[in-house]
Design a binder for this molecule. Structure first.
Ligand SMILES: Cc1cc2nc3c(=O)[nH]c(=O)nc-3n(C[C@H](O)[C@H](O)[C@H](O)COP(=O)(O)O)c2cc1C
Length: 205
């Protein structure tokens, strides 16, 4: 299936932001399952998506390093959160916060991954977009390694946290007052993670 050189339209696709976009992959990122919200949002049918690599919806505005950090965490068996700009069939985009979980068999071997995505508040996009833009520029002009090192140094110096912690905190900071109140009642937003958001749980397991 054609995955590259799609015409890019600088326009957000309309989608039901109250819903969760779900996909499951094998260990290589090949799509095994896509829910209806996913197929409606990205404008491909489920049948078209199944068996395709997940980069079918990769947006050219996303820096490579964001996916490197993701894969490093997944291969280590760590659950992960990422803020991703995705590309639809017609070249439109949608921003999501993604909760990645590891799927294991009875013996504990990693057999695949599940991604659950929710819409992100525009405040989060405003903060992450310039960082991704800088990383992409570094990638183009100085190479992937330089971008990776810059990102590592940026997180260490300016945020003092890992990318996963950075995403969770950034997201929690931008929540509405009502939601922020819920978090305050918990010990700390970081410890709490985003389980409550994706699964409606208040206590991380
Ligand atoms: C469960 C799972 C979900 C993924 N979801 C997305 C996604 O929504 N958008 C995306 O661009 N990449 C997603 N990826 C990462 C892709 O596999 C791929 O690494 C990325 O699109 C970059 O493409 P490239 O590796 O060909 O550079 C996902 C990977 C996994 C394992």
């Amino acid at each position: 299936m054609e995955t590259t050189q799609r015409h890019i339209i600088d326009e957000e696709v309309q989608w039901d932001k109250t819903k969760t976009i779900v996909s499951k992959t094998d260990v290589y990122g090949t799509i095994l399952y896509a829910n209806d919200v996913f197929s409606k949002t990205c404008e491909y049918s489920t049948i078209e998506l199944v068996g395709e690599p997940h980069n079918i919806i990769r947006h050219p505005d996303m820096p490579k390093v964001a996916f490197k950090v993701l894969w490093d965490a997944l291969k280590k068996g760590e659950n992960f959160h990422a803020i991703v700009k995705n590309l639809t069939r017609t070249g439109r985009y949608y921003w999501v916060i993604t909760d990645f979980t590891i799927d294991k068999d009875e013996s504990g071997n990693i057999v695949g991954y599940t991604a659950r995505r929710k819409s992100v508040p525009s405040g989060v996009v405003k903060k992450i977009e310039p960082i991704y833009k800088t990383l992409l520029e570094i990638e183009k002009l100085k190479g992937e390694k330089a971008s990776e090192m810059y990102f590592e140094a940026y997180l260490k110096e300016e945020a003092g946290k890992t990318y996963n912690e950075f995403v969770v905190d950034l997201f929690n900071e931008e929540l509405s007052k009502e939601e922020a109140e819920k978090i305050k009642s918990e010990t700390s937003s970081l410890k709490k993670g985003l389980n409550w958001f994706f699964f409606g749980e208040t206590d991380p397991k």
